[in-house]
Design a protein around this ligand. Structure first.
Ligand SMILES: [Zn+2]
Length: 303
């Protein structure tokens, strides 16, 4: 599918998003461009970059120019005072800011004057601009899918834990990129295979030999992070908290259809862990807990 958007279409969709969604996409765009810039320069210099290295480590080893910022002044860029400008004085909507890491010299320019104001070889410029285009295209992909009310085209098996970056996107109600969907579907396939092999190996053992450790090993790794806390907070307004009801409501609010019902399991377990944590702190009391639901109530003493 082609996701290219005109500047007009891009601005139009972007304007319909919440400030949090916009900030997230802009941060991703900046970080993506910064990474491309650092990786290409490091490679040109002959530095060895390993997949384990962070962006900051690549930049530090480079010791030369780093992409300090990328600014989109927005459709009203001509009215901004003072305007964003190229080194040569041309008013810009999209401004690249680079900084020399040892001399701290800063240069600002638009993509058209990249070569003039950096003095990088044409081949390097070509690689960097192509890399930037790829990142811009991913923004178009996100925006197109967002405008089309995209939903995840994958069925998540019970107990499968989504990676943190995907939870973050889902929490923000932003679509996944095609490459993220592809990666996720590989992970799901691996997860299903591992489940199958665990089932196979445990089914050979007499029942009483299945040790506790075996069970823990197959349990999903659960993580209650900031995103999760941010996601659940709005659902804790009612008098009685039902973990089952909240998980179903969250699922529906995240825009998933029925085929996605299995995410429910992860959400449900995370909600119980989170609520049990609040009980341990004395903020809530657990009213009932069985194998279909857990119910909680705010602890009045703590208010
Ligand atoms: Zn210029």
């Amino acid at each position: 599918m082609n996701y290219y958007l005109s500047k007009f279409e891009r601005d139009k969709i972007f304007a319909t998003m919440t400030p949090v969604q916009q900030a997230y996409l802009m941060d991703e765009l900046k970080r993506g461009k910064r990474t491309t810039f650092a990786n290409i320069l490091a490679r040109d210099k002959g530095d060895v970059i390993t997949p384990k290295m962070t962006l900051e480590e690549v930049e530090a080893s480079l010791g030369e120019w780093r992409l300090l910022d990328f600014i989109d002044a927005g459709p009203g860029y001509k009215q901004i005072k003072p305007p964003f400008k190229c080194q040569c004085g041309k008013v810009l909507r999209y401004q690249y800011v680079i900084e020399h890491q040892s001399t701290k010299e800063v240069r600002k320019f638009g993509i058209v004057h990249f070569e003039e104001h950096t003095g990088f070889p044409p081949r390097t410029i070509k690689e960097i601009t192509q890399g930037f285009e790829k990142i811009d295209y991913e923004l178009d992909e996100s925006l197109t899918k967002y405008a089309q009310n995209w939903t995840l085209p994958l069925d998540l098996p019970d107990g499968f834990m989504l990676p943190d970056n995907i939870i973050k996107l889902i929490g923000l109600r932003l679509p996944l990129l095609d490459r993220q969907v592809a990666k996720l579907s590989v992970k799901i396939r691996e997860y299903k295979l591992s489940l199958r092999s665990i089932r196979k190996s445990t089914s050979c053992l007499p029942k009483n030999k299945i040790t506790k450790e075996k069970v823990t090993e197959t349990s999903p790794r659960l993580k209650i992070d900031e995103t999760f806390v941010m996601m659940i907070e709005p659902y804790l307004k009612s008098k009685i908290i039902s973990a089952k009801d909240i998980s179903l409501k969250m699922l529906a609010d995240l825009g998933y259809n029925e085929s996605m019902g299995k995410v429910h399991h992860d959400l449900y377990v995370n909600i119980i862990i989170y609520m049990d944590g609040l009980c341990a702190k004395g903020d809530y009391i657990c009213l009932s807990k069985n194998n279909v639901n857990a119910r909680y109530k705010k602890n009045k003493i703590s208010i």
